[in-house]
Design a protein around this ligand. Structure first.
Ligand code: CA
Length: 132
């Protein structure tokens, strides 16, 4: 599912690219390398739109990241370039929170295609991120 753009970028990527990067490119589907490349190795990056487009927010260190109001219910794509997993959390009032784990190296181009346990999907649901 790589686009011509992604293919072009891979030409510039050494054959010895680390496994995490290769895995992310493989699982990302349609990607825009210009924007994905803004996400540095070792960081978690989230974007407001599909395919790693729009405003981006990044974090590296472990811990719980309570998203500020401007980022709550806004995240649509994710790339976890850290060496450990992160947990996306939808905070619910009066009910247990709902979580989705994104393993090290994984990229999700469209949370709208990720099923949510009550039906629907994960697009624009994340309120908090736990970085392991
Ligand atoms: Ca939410």
């Amino acid at each position: 599912m790589l686009t011509a753009v992604a293919g072009a970028a891979m030409l510039t990527t050494p054959a010895t690219a680390d496994a995490a990067t290769a895995s992310a490119i493989k699982t990302a589907g349609v990607v825009t390398v210009r924007d994905m490349s803004d996400c540095r190795d070792g960081w978690l990056c989230v974007w407001e739109w599909t395919n790693y487009q729009g405003d981006r927010y990044s974090r590296k260190s472990a811990g719980t990241m309570e998203l500020e109001d401007s980022w709550r219910d806004r995240i649509t794509s994710v790339w976890n370039r850290r060496n450990s997993s992160v947990v996306l959390v939808n905070v619910r009032t009066g009910f247990p929170d709902v979580t989705k784990t994104v393993h090290a190296g994984d990229a999700i181009a469209d949370l709208g295609k990720e099923g949510y346990f009550l039906g629907g999907n994960w697009n624009n649901k994340v309120d908090k991120i736990i970085l392991k």
